[in-house]
Write a new protein. Structure first.
Length: 213
């Protein structure tokens, strides 16, 4: 099963993608996590990506597409995957479609987690991320057992640089201009499914499971 998660930054794509990955035994692939791991390890790719991420801009398609195509070519992706944060532009979606059609394959579902901008702004300020294992928390909705410490790996939790209020507005603008058109793109292909992302995350997941079967 090949699934794409769509939605604004902070809509809950990563939260739901992790649950999907666990239930359906497919890898969760987040281009944002891949970039953050590269930044942490000081790679050339990380340095380049950081310039854009810190401003709330998208990393250029040339860099992003290659990373994603390399990742989905790995053995663990044979039975499918859930993509979180990719594609974010129409050209990215077209490249992915083309790569899949070359192997007689296609995306099965594009799940749009729908959350209005007002809720997003409140959510992002409360998000805390573990840059070591990629786990995500929220100071109110999903607090870790010990404040500031990742339940999964024991490392320190941080407010991502790009979740600071001055950057969130830019990310939402970028989302509306560059990523939202993907909703029509996948709707035209007949694989778009929209779920209400404002309800409790367990209820969001139940709605997704009823779609995926
Ligand atoms: P995205 O991957 O779309 O950027 P995340 O999954 O990281 O979003 O979620 C953004 C923040 O909102 C996180 O702090 C997360 O814990 C919290 N969150 C996710 N889903 C919900 C929900 N249904 N209700 C409340 N908070 C949520
Ligand atoms: P995320 O963790 O998905 O919120 O992504 C964090 C940041 O990484 C984004 O704001 C972008 O700067 C960059 N990024 C992640 N995925 C992509 C993508 N598919 N295309 C371009 N930039 C991306």
């Amino acid at each position: 099963m090949k699934i794409i998660m769509l939605g604004a930054p902070g809509a809950g794509k990563g939260t739901q993608a992790k649950m999907i990955a666990d239930k359906y035994h497919v890898p969760h692939i987040s281009t944002g996590d891949i970039f953050r791991a590269n930044i942490k390890n000081g790679t050339e790719l990380g340095m380049e990506a950081k310039k854009y991420m810190d401003q709330g801009l998208l990393v250029p398609d040339e860099l992003t597409v290659k990373i994603l195509l390399d990742r989905v070519a790995k053995d663990d992706c044979q039975n499918g995957y859930v993509l979180d944060g990719f594609p974010r532009t129409i050209p990215q979606a077209e490249v992915l479609d083309k790569a899949l059609s070359e192997i007689n394959d296609k995306i099965d579902f594009a799940i749009n987690v729908d959350v209005p901008d007002e809720n997003i702004i409140r959510r992002m300020g409360g998000r805390r991320a573990c840059l070591s294992c990629g786990a995500t928390y929220h100071v109110e909705h999903v607090p870790p057992q010990k404040e500031g410490i990742c339940d999964a790996c024991g490392k320190e939790l941080v407010l991502r640089d790009d979740d600071k209020p001055e950057t969130v507005g830019n990310r939402l603008d970028v989302y509306h201009k560059q990523t939202q058109p993907l909703i029509d793109f996948y709707s035209a292909k007949g694989i778009l499914k929209t779920v209400d992302g404002t309800v409790d995350m367990k209820d969001v997941f139940a709605a997704i499971v009823s779609i995926l079967g």
